[in-house]
Design a protein around this ligand. Structure first.
Ligand code: SF4
Length: 211
């Protein structure tokens, strides 16, 4: 189903009413802490990341801290989040680049953020929005991808192409809400295996509703 402009606005407003508390669920208190948390959240739940990071951030928090940390210690600290060798390598290299090229300050543009090791466009979208309030695009994660395909907002399969379809579809003022709303909708209703179509508030807008 192709949604027209008014239907798109109704669709977003219904999701906002359904999930009024939809926000970023990663815990952080500085921009670089979010960079670390976003990297740890790849192939891992936000819940597990939030359980892992407090003890790390109590000791290491700034890019300078992580640039100088022993790789083996970092691997041990982030072990519960999985893929710890690769994630540790990226976190340390990212911190070193921020120290070397950006005076220890997390940069504020898509181009600069995606130049950091381990930071792709999805992560950069999250960092821009949550830290700097800049909604340049839409972070397309597994929830946003699945829901966009099921509803019929995009038939593309790569996050980059789905993001471009969504950017064309949604008015700019909605960009900041879409990822949060899709993540919450995916977790609570449009489950990957068992979507609860009967309880779904946007089933009338969905190509895949099974009722
Ligand atoms: S109707 Fe079903 S498939 Fe469509 S968005 Fe709702 S839960 Fe997902």
């Amino acid at each position: 189903m192709k949604l027209n402009k008014n239907e798109i606005i109704d669709f977003v407003n219904i999701l906002k009413q359904t999930y009024p508390d939809a926000t970023c669920s990663l815990d952080f208190s500085t921009p670089f802490e979010l960079v670390v948390a976003v990297m740890l959240s790849a192939q891992c739940t936000d819940e597990r990341v939030n359980k892992t990071t407090p003890s790390i951030f109590a000791k290491y928090s700034t890019p300078y801290d992580f640039a100088n940390i022993e790789l083996s210690e970092l691997e041990q600290l982030i072990h519960p989040c999985g893929f710890y060798k690769n994630k540790a390598k990226n976190i340390k290299a990212c911190a070193q680049k921020i120290v070397k090229d950006f005076n220890g300050v997390v940069p504020q543009t898509m181009e600069e953020l995606t130049s950091l090791p381990g930071v792709g466009r999805k992560s950069a979208n999250v960092i821009l929005l949550e830290v700097f309030g800049i909604a340049e695009g839409i972070a397309v994660d597994t929830h946003a991808k699945r829901i966009s395909n099921r509803i019929g907002l995009s038939s593309e399969t790569t996050p980059e192409k789905i993001e471009q379809d969504l950017i064309k579809l949604f008015p700019k003022e909605f960009l900041k809400d879409i990822n949060h709303l899709f993540v919450w909708h995916g977790r609570k209703t449009c489950d990957a295996r068992n979507p609860k179509c009967n309880e779904c508030s946007v089933r009338n807008y969905c190509n895949s509703a099974k009722i």
